[in-house]
Design a protein around this ligand. Structure first.
Ligand code: CMC
Length: 391
């Protein structure tokens, strides 16, 4: 009823009110529950930030300990999930596997999809946070032809992930605290970003009262796309290509400006940030710090800097307010931490999981109506049916 207005890509349509994340695109401000992203990335621990997003306030020391203990208890994954996982080909993309496994969890915890049963939502949330990194490391281990590692629960969240990724049975792998701390920062920077494509997907799916596992699985699928989280993989592939092509950044800038080329500068531009992406600022500095701390010399860092400098001088990018986004430098750090390119978007998903969960919970608490956009029909008017033999 009433007039329907089309807002393609929802550029000016708000889908909800929210108490979770504040974002000012003009000023480049990002805050979770009122706390600045700069402070959190510098001082907090990823699970503290997860708690903040999900429960609305930073945990006290006692609350934090209980939260961590609960997560630690659930890091193991049902061995039957392995059977599903084992059926994937060795070169399946980890994002496809993650989405499938997140959805498969609903089969293992069927009390997640019936509102009439006792409300075990908190337990499902803990399970998701706990098992997600474990599942992610399975994908990497499979790609290497290595046996999986079980979680080592005396380790913190990031270190446990790194242990499951990189420890081999034959060596005495020790997590480097510098690597763990860099990962902690990256996960915090990705933890929420208000109504982006994947979060809106989680909320839309959740609005039909689908269970939390299916809603998160849908979010993973949305994040996978190269215009969203998949951009972090595209950036490194693009930088590699530029390097192998002789390092001429201007050639790629010109290609990105040419609308017929079908090529965009990955890691550049943002729907909301029209000044700078505050996450990119922190990540750029972190890339310098982490690489020098670990003694890594990655030639693509220089290419990335050259590309950024040239783009920011170019009328095309300046007039459209296209700046580096969160995905531009993050891959360079992941790479320095030993994480392979096809796992970058999975790293984004591990970071974004608490945000998706918080937004799913908020949607439920707000008792929102099912999301059901309208359309303006532009197809043919009425047609008479013609028998197959007469068409
Ligand atoms: N390279 C070249 N031109 C671009 C780029 C780019 N990366 N981004 C936008 N433009 C141009 C676009 O062609 C358009 O030009 P015109 O006005 O002449 O038609 C103008 O800038 C506005 O772009 P838009 O596509 O209308 O903007 P949008 O808000 O719909 O899209 C975006 C935002 C992030 C999808 C887009 O900037 C893009 O495709 N960037 C590359 C992919 C990327 O880095 N994605 C990660 C986003 S940040 C975090 C995340 O979600 O993962």
């Amino acid at each position: 009823t009433g007039y329907i207005t089309i807002d393609e890509g929802f550029k000016n349509t708000g889908s909800t009110t929210s108490d979770i994340t504040f974002l000012d695109g003009e000023e480049g401000i990002l805050r979770y529950r009122g706390y600045s992203i700069e402070d959190l990335a510098d001082k907090a621990d990823f699970l503290e930030v997860a708690y903040l997003l999900i429960y609305g306030e930073l945990p006290t020391a006692a609350e934090y300990d209980v939260f961590v203990a609960k997560i630690t208890k659930h890091t193991m994954v049902n061995e039957d999930m392995r059977k599903i996982f084992d059926g994937f080909p060795v070169n399946a993309h980890p994002m496809g596997i993650m989405s499938a496994l997140a959805s498969a969890m609903s089969g293992f915890y069927p009390d997640s999809f019936d509102d009439k049963k006792p409300d075990n939502t908190e337990l499902h949330i803990i399970r998701l946070l706990a098992k997600f990194p474990t599942l992610a490391t399975w994908c990497y281990k499979k790609s290497q032809g290595h046996p999986i590692n079980y979680p080592k629960n005396e380790l913190d969240y990031c270190s446990n992930f790194l242990h499951m990724m990189f420890a081999l049975p034959v060596e005495n792998y020790k997590v480097d605290p510098k690597v763990s701390s860099a990962l902690n920062k990256l996960l915090i920077l990705h933890a929420d970003h208000e109504q982006n494509c994947s979060t809106s997907t989680v909320r839309l799916v959740g609005s039909s009262k689908a269970n939390i596992y299916s809603s998160i699985s849908a979010g993973i699928s949305a994040l996978w796309g190269p215009l969203h989280g998949g951009a972090n993989q595209e950036v490194i592939e693009m930088l590699e290509e530029i390097r192998n092509d002789g390092g001429d950044v201007q050639k790629y800038i010109d290609k990105a400006k040419d609308k017929n080329s079908g090529f965009r500068l990955f890691g550049f531009g943002h729907r909301v940030y029209k000044n700078f992406d505050p996450r990119a600022k922190i990540i750029k500095k972190a890339a310098d710090d982490v690489l020098s701390l670990l003694g890594v010399n990655d030639p693509v860092l220089e290419i990335a800097k050259g590309l950024e400098e040239a783009a920011l001088k170019d009328e095309y990018f300046v007039s459209r307010k296209l700046y580096p986004n969160v995905d531009f430098y993050s891959g360079i750090i992941y790479r320095a931490l030993g994480i392979p390119t096809n796992m970058f978007t999975v790293m984004f998903a591990i970071g974004r999981l608490p945000g998706w969960i918080a937004q799913w919970l908020e949607l439920r608490d707000q008792k929102q109506a099912i999301g059901r956009p309208r359309q303006i029909y532009t197809g043919p008017t009425i047609k008479d049916f013609v028998e197959k033999s007469k068409r």
